[in-house]
Ligand binder design. Structure first.
Ligand code: KIV
Length: 300
């Protein structure tokens, strides 16, 4: 048995400092593409962990998990609960928690308090926030005080009500200049990487060439240093709205519907539960062993 003291595992899973770190991500500028995806639950985090570098507990949970029409209704308590689940379900990936609308805009001090709470209560490696030039002093304040920040520029879903919906950014020269300035300010403020969402391709390419931290594109450019996507979008688990940049890799929503249709038919026809699913008064040791092999946890 190892005599090396093990760090406490308050949050389950592996502690953030044994995983891919924000610094590891920062050092991958211009290297092999950084693979990022959203995760909100422990089982999904477990399925994806070994395949990706970064799991984002995105505030898209409001839309794809809770059925909201935007991300604005997500609260810090929700993000923390889902962040804890993702930490429990994963071992290897860098886990980043998205800061909900209203939790970091009021002041640098309040942003620090909320980000520190998210990190302390989940064990995640850092936080993500939306913003550019206007958020630079806050990002600098957070980074200087030990909070790794993943910045998010371009289409910022928390600003949909100001910009008039989920609109591609950078189509005009002025808009492109503003997004580039946002990215530069986030880089200068110390963000370890920058998500570039929903911009024209040439702008995302230019940002990637210009800033020092890696860029993580979504609806942006293959030239970005990495890509991120909402898991439910590529798995066919969310169909209220499918942006042009989404590529479907599975149709799990249809699989779920088909499976439950078959289950319902079996129940209605009394085909389920069948003899093999029933408990007898005294099970033989052979049956017990077979049952144990089937389940990892004792269930009533
Ligand atoms: O909340 C989220 O999932 C995000 C990604 C789309 C980047 O911000």
């Amino acid at each position: 048995m190892s005599t090396v003291p093990q760090p406490p595992r308050r949050h389950g899973g592996t502690p953030a400092f044994h995983r891919i770190s924000p610094r590891d991500i920062a050092l991958r500028k211009g290297g092999a593409p950084i693979v990022c995806i959203t995760a909100y639950t422990a089982p999904m985090a477990g399925f994806m962990d070994q395949h990706v570098d970064l799991l984002l507990v995105g505030d898209t949970m409001g839309m794809v998990v809770y059925g909201m029409s935007s991300t604005l209704g997500v609260t810090l308590d929700m993000s923390i609960a889902h962040g804890q689940a993702v930490m429990r379900g994963s071992q290897r990936a860098c886990v980043i928690v998205d800061m909900p609308f209203g939790t970091y805009q009021v002041s640098r001090e309040e942003a620090f308090k909320n980000c520190a709470r998210a990190m302390a209560e989940t064990g995640c490696a850092g936080i993500k926030l939306e913003g550019g030039v206007e958020m630079a002093p806050t990002v600098e304040y957070l980074v200087q005080r030990g909070i790794p920040v993943l910045a998010h520029v371009g289409l910022k879903p928390q600003s949909v009500n100001v910009v008039g919906g989920f609109r591609v950014q950078g189509r005009s020269t002025e808009e492109a200049k503003a997004v580039l300035a946002d990215a530069k300010s986030m880089a200068d403020a110390g963000a370890f990487a920058i998500v570039v969402e929903g911009t024209v391709e040439s702008l995302a390419r230019k940002i990637t060439e210009t800033v020092k931290p890696p860029t993580i594109g979504i609806g942006a450019s293959p030239a970005c240093d990495g890509q991120i996507i909402v898991a439910e979008d590529i798995l066919g688990l969310y169909s209220a709205f499918t942006p042009k940049f989404v590529k479907r890799y599975a149709e799990l929503g249809k699989e779920v519907s088909n499976a439950v249709e078959r289950y319902a038919a079996d129940v209605r026809a009394r085909r389920y539960p069948a003899a093999e699913h029933l408990y007898g008064p005294a099970e033989s040791s052979k049956t017990k062993k077979a049952a144990r092999r089937k389940t990892t946890k004792a269930r009533p």
